[in-house]
Design a protein around this ligand. Structure first.
Ligand code: GLN
Length: 537
């Protein structure tokens, strides 16, 4: 039977619960335990796929094509293991499944209620992760204790602890210990209140992880412990990191978090091996060079919107012993000021994925600038589509072409769509189309930069898009000099394009950022940053 660890948060949101859960997952895994992760999001959307990135940050896509919370990205990057649909649930998905059963008559005339029907469905989502080979299941609840939407999840946790032996279920509560500069003291009251709230529900946390900017003194630890009914050694301090989020696991280990947790669960504490992780951190701590990379997007004001892109760039920096100076550019700014003005002193330009037509002309201008000025460029998903349109317009002389996505609804002109909607038979269609979601194979062609970067012939990358390079334009683009470096082996759809006479101009229809790891940078990001470094020397 697996052990269950629940992680809740209190006082304020954005405490880095996802990072902390992922870090603990890494520590347990590095001690040889097999860990599974689950993120529970209390909102009513069935998944975050339909949510605006401004509201909820990036939509993280898994191998099996689930559109999930970005915390799954932290889980994959830290725990080093792929997540799937089953690793993320929402209130929306839970309610939908219960209501569907109700309509189907599965409840035998019973009154369907939050307790027990919703809480049972929540517990079932936990049990689906339980397997003989899984030692610990870490379950993180989004939001903070006291949120109306979170209540059924907490109730399910309360019930669950009584259904299992005591040492099989542990609770971690994450809080904030604010520091008041005026009086020069840290305040424990919000933590006390948050734990009180949890205890009212019937949950007693075993470990408290306290986010803080200051050292928490022994005296304060004892005070927190006493008022929150936990052992003083179980009050864990998680200070703001100095230079990298990848320090968090090491900080938590120094506080003996994993050891305390394992003992509480009645599990052994085998020696830990963090060699690879520490080597990686050393490179972050002491970069040999710096390189300025522009990310030209449309959800730039919120860092979470391009979370995995920024992380993948960081990983690529680490792999090259370099630090990345990120210039986050709003595409519309380029439309107003011109690419040369905005991008003058950058060594690399990345255009990430996106939806809709706001800002695309700015992205196209940025790509044209990268192409004409030999500045390393990496295009991702919409970034590839913009690159192909830019090439068709400015190199192939097809001046008024574009993507069907940017044309006025009802007035789409297929003959001008270099990027178009396709049905499942690869026919261009005006409406509908199929969303490519999840991992697809790509065959890389000999002699291309992409093939050289990956070092293998067949790869798999995750997708999340509706539009494709229109096969009817491929020959025209080729004649103009665009190299198709990768195709889908089944449909022949264009997956990767590049330019031969350029330091590094590669664009992919997939989202390689989701597969990048701190200890193993993604090849396309790694080579993009390497090229940017070369041009800056
Ligand atoms: N909007 C484009 C499409 O649906 C690109 C999507 C993306 O960049 N993820 O094809």
């Amino acid at each position: 039977m697996s052990k269950f660890v629940f992680i809740t948060g209190g006082v304020v949101s954005s405490l880095g619960k996802g990072l902390t859960s992922a870090s603990i997952g890494l520590l347990l895994r590095s001690r040889g335990w097999n860990v599974e992760m689950l993120k529970m999001d209390p909102y009513l959307n069935v998944d975050p796929g339909t949510m605006n990135p401004f509201q909820h940050g990036e939509v993280y896509v898994t191998e099996d094509g689930a559109e999930t919370d970005l915390d799954l990205g932290h889980y994959e990057r830290f725990v080093g293991k792929y997540m799937h649909q089953k690793n993320n649930i929402t209130s929306g998905a839970i309610y939908m499944s219960v209501i569907q059963k109700e309509r189907h008559g599965d409840f035998d005339g019973a009154t369907v209620q939050v307790v027990p029907h919703i809480t049972n469905a929540i517990k079932e989502s936990w049990l689906r992760l339980e397997k003989p080979e899984i030692d610990v299941i870490m379950i993180e609840l989004g939001g903070t204790v006291g949120d109306i939407e979170g209540a059924p999840f907490l109730e399910a946790m309360r019930q669950f602890q009584l259904e299992r032996p005591r040492e099989d279920v542990a609770f971690i509560h994450m809080t904030l210990i604010p520091y008041l500069r005026a009086s020069g003291e840290v305040k424990t009251k919000p933590t006390q209140h948050s734990v009180q709230k949890l205890r009212e529900i019937g949950i007693q946390p075993d470990l408290l992880i306290c986010r803080t900017t200051q050292n928490i003194s022994e005296e304060h630890r004892r005070k927190i412990a006493m008022f929150c009914n936990v052992r003083p050694e179980n009050v864990i301090e998680e200070q703001d990191v100095e230079f990298s989020i990848y320090q968090v696991p090491v900080m938590l280990m120094e506080e003996r978090t994993d050891e305390i947790l394992l003992k509480r669960l009645g599990l052994e504490v085998p020696p830990i091996d963090l060699t690879q992780w520490n080597d990686m951190l050393e490179k972050v701590r002491q970069p040999r060079e710096r390189v300025k990379i522009a990310v030209v997007g449309k959800y730039i004001s919120l860092t979470d919107s391009y979370k995995s892109i920024y992380e993948a760039l960081t990983h690529a920096g680490i792999a090259n012993h370099a630090a990345i100076d990120l210039l986050r550019v709003e595409a519309e700014e380029i439309e107003e000021q011109g690419a040369a003005n905005v991008l003058r002193d950058v060594q690399g330009i990345l255009v990430p994925g996106g939806f809709g037509n706001r800002g695309v002309e700015g992205k196209i201008a940025a790509i044209q600038y990268a192409r004409e000025n030999q500045i390393p460029f990496l295009g991702i998903c919409l970034g590839l589509q913009c690159a192909v349109v830019e090439f068709a317009r400015h190199v192939c002389g097809l001046q008024d072409v574009g993507s069907m996505e940017w044309m006025e609804p009802g007035k789409e002109d297929i003959s001008k769509a270099v990027v178009a909607l396709m049905d499942s038979q690869q026919n261009v269609v005006e409406r509908g189309g199929t969303m490519r979601l999840g991992a697809y194979a790509c065959w890389l062609h000999e002699g291309t930069k992409a093939r050289e970067a990956y070092g293998v012939e067949m790869i798999r990358e995750r997708h999340r898009h509706r539009y494709e390079v229109n096969p009817q334009f491929v020959e025209r683009l080729r004649r103009g000099g665009l190299v198709i470096s990768g195709n889908n082996p089944d449909s022949e759809l264009v997956e990767i394009v590049e330019l031969p006479d350029h330091p590094w101009f590669v664009a992919t229809q997939a989202h390689p950022e989701f597969r990048s790891q701190p200890v193993l940078a993604h090849p396309l990001f790694r080579e993009f940053v390497a090229a940017a470094l070369r041009t800056s020397r």
